[in-house]
Structures are given as C-alpha cells and as structure tokens.
Design a protein around this ligand. Structure first.
Ligand code: SAM
Length: 281
C-alpha cells in the first residue's frame, strides 16, 4: 500500500497542479511527488507548500519547471543490454516469423513514456535490420508517446549528443546516424518510422492491436492502483501473442500478472497468450 500524505498544503498543491497542468497527481505516489516538489521548492526558496502555491500563482512560468521535474526523462538507446539482446535475437525474430508464416504484413509497436525517442528508435533500428529485404513489404506503425512536449520535440529532431549514443553498436551508429557538429543525427529513414504523440498515460491510449508495447521506467512513480489499471489497459491493447516489455526494476501487479505469460523472465518480457506459443525461458 502506498503511503498517503494528508498535509493540507500538500493536498491543495496537488489540486492546483491538477487544474493548471491537467495532470491528475493523485496517480503519482505521494512520496515521489514530495521528493520532486522538494527539489523545486529548494531551488525557489519556498519553505512550505503554502509558499510554493503563492509562488506558482505569482509566477506561472514555474509550472513548466515543475512539469519538467515531475517527468524524469532519463533514457538511452538500447537501454539494458540483456533486454535488447532478447528483443533482437528472439522476440522480434519470432514476431516476424509469425507474421510471415501467417501472411500478415503489419507490425504495430507502442513505446509508452518514450522520452526523447531513444527507445522507439532502437526498436526501429532492430526491425530495419531484421526485416532486411522484406522491409518494404511490411507496413510498420511505431508510436512513441510521452506527456512531456519538450522531450517529444527532441525526439522529433532526433539529434543526439555523443554520450546519448554510447550504447549504440558501432555498426548501427555508422549505418543509421550522420555526424553533425559534434552530435549524431538519426537518418531520415528511421526517423520517418516513428509517429510521436502527446499522451497522458493516466487517461489516454495510443490505440489497440499492438504486437508489442514497451512501457519501461515510467510506472515506478505511479500508485499501485494506477499501475494495475495501466497494465490491464496494455493487456487489452495487445493482439494475442503480443509482447509487453517492462523496466528492469518494475513488477507486474494486479490482474495482469495472472493474465500475461512470462516470456523472458529476467528481461521482464511478457506475452499475451495465444495458442501454440513458445514457452517460458
Ligand atoms: C525515465 S523516462 C523512461 C524513458 C524510456 N521508456 C526508457 O526506459 O528509457 C520516463 C518518461 O515517462 C514520462 N511520463 C511520466 N508520467 C507520465 C504520464 N502520466 N503519461 C505519459 N508519460 C509520462 C516522462 O515524461 C518521461 O519521459
């Protein structure tokens, strides 16, 4: 059970943020909100939640700073080597094999909470590599979504600093990136594969019939109740046989934990069961 804070000033502040940012803070863990608020309050010299409310009212620009602090955007290409190795060597090849043998030619992937795009672009690079000459015969829908407009703009620009591409294998760096003033610009072909959308996971969805949903390092800050609801929403949004990929430190909870099959246990890759699928590893 998440610890609930009943401090009056904190509750007022949550309500105000909800109204002004259209973000229902009740779905974030209180402990997480308090830690993030403490950072802003320290920076702005606000000693109490009441002080910070006054500050927000007199300086509405502070809402942007607050949203930036509430949404932790840390990400990497090919984040967590073992996970992307499993995706590259087993999960995506199985998915493609199934499509080809069934005469299907569409693949739908959703990266939910994609930050500046590294996660969906990593999947695109793998699909481009694995599909090879079949690439043009497939219709690919790759959606990257986030609540933070600023990171979505960076995702669309797709220019990355050297430290942001350290995990990209050299061959892929040479094939899919162009050096650009000390940075690396992703090539147009991969850029064009992803459609970025602003979606609040508390309320929105990117659609249905996905073959894979990645939601990694996002829900750790959400209340348990929100996590349970979201996992079931992902379950419903997947096709039979579709995969759900979580963050390494996240745990599947609620009804979804009974519905999903564990496909790759250590890598936190789950599957919506379908007849004749491969077993647990
Ligand atoms: C730590 S990043 C994870 C990025 C990527 N999935 C990864 O694992 O590298 C978390 C992202 O979740 C987004 N986020 C936080 N709350 C959200 C919400 N309610 N709806 C949608 N995205 C949210 C943040 O803006 C941030 O970009």
């Amino acid at each position: 059970m998440d610890k609930v804070c009943t401090d009056r000033g904190f509750l007022d502040l949550k309500r105000l943020i909800g109204e002004q940012l259209s973000l229902d803070c009740n779905h974030y863990k209180d402990s997480y909100l308090q830690r993030r608020l403490a950072v802003r309050m320290r920076d702005r010299g606000a000693r109490t939640y009441g002080d910070y409310i006054s500050l927000l009212k007199s300086d509405p620009g502070e809402y942007d700073e607050l949203l930036r602090d509430l949404t932790i955007n840390v990400t990497q290409f090919f984040r967590d080597h073992a996970v992307f190795k499993a995706l590259e060597e087993a999960v995506l090849p199985m998915l493609i094999y199934r499509k080809v043998t069934r005469g299907e030619a569409s693949i739908r992937v959703w990266s939910a909470g994609c930050s500046s795009g590294e996660e969906p672009y990593s999947i695109c690079i793998l699909l481009r590599e694995l599909l090879g000459e079949e690439f043009d015969n497939f219709s690919l829908t790759i959606v990257g979504s986030d609540i933070d407009e600023e990171v979505l703009q960076s995702a669309q620009e797709a220019v990355y600093l050297p430290r942001q591409v350290v995990n990209v294998p050299r061959a892929y760096l040479e094939r899919y990136f162009v050096p650009d003033n000390g940075s690396y610009r992703l090539c147009q072909e991969i850029k064009d594969m992803v459609r970025f959308r602003n979606i609040d996971l508390f309320t929105g969805t990117a659609g249905s019939h996905f073959d894979m949903i990645l939601c990694r390092n996002v829900v750790i800050y959400f209340t348990r109740e929100m996590q349970e609801r979201l996992y079931m929403r992902f379950y419903s949004a997947l096709r039979e046989g579709g995969y759900f990929v979580m963050g390494n430190t996240e745990t599947l909870v609620g009804e979804a934990a009974h519905r999903f099959k564990q496909a790759f246990v250590r890598e936190r890759i789950y599957q919506k069961e379908a007849d004749g699928e491969e077993g647990t590893r």
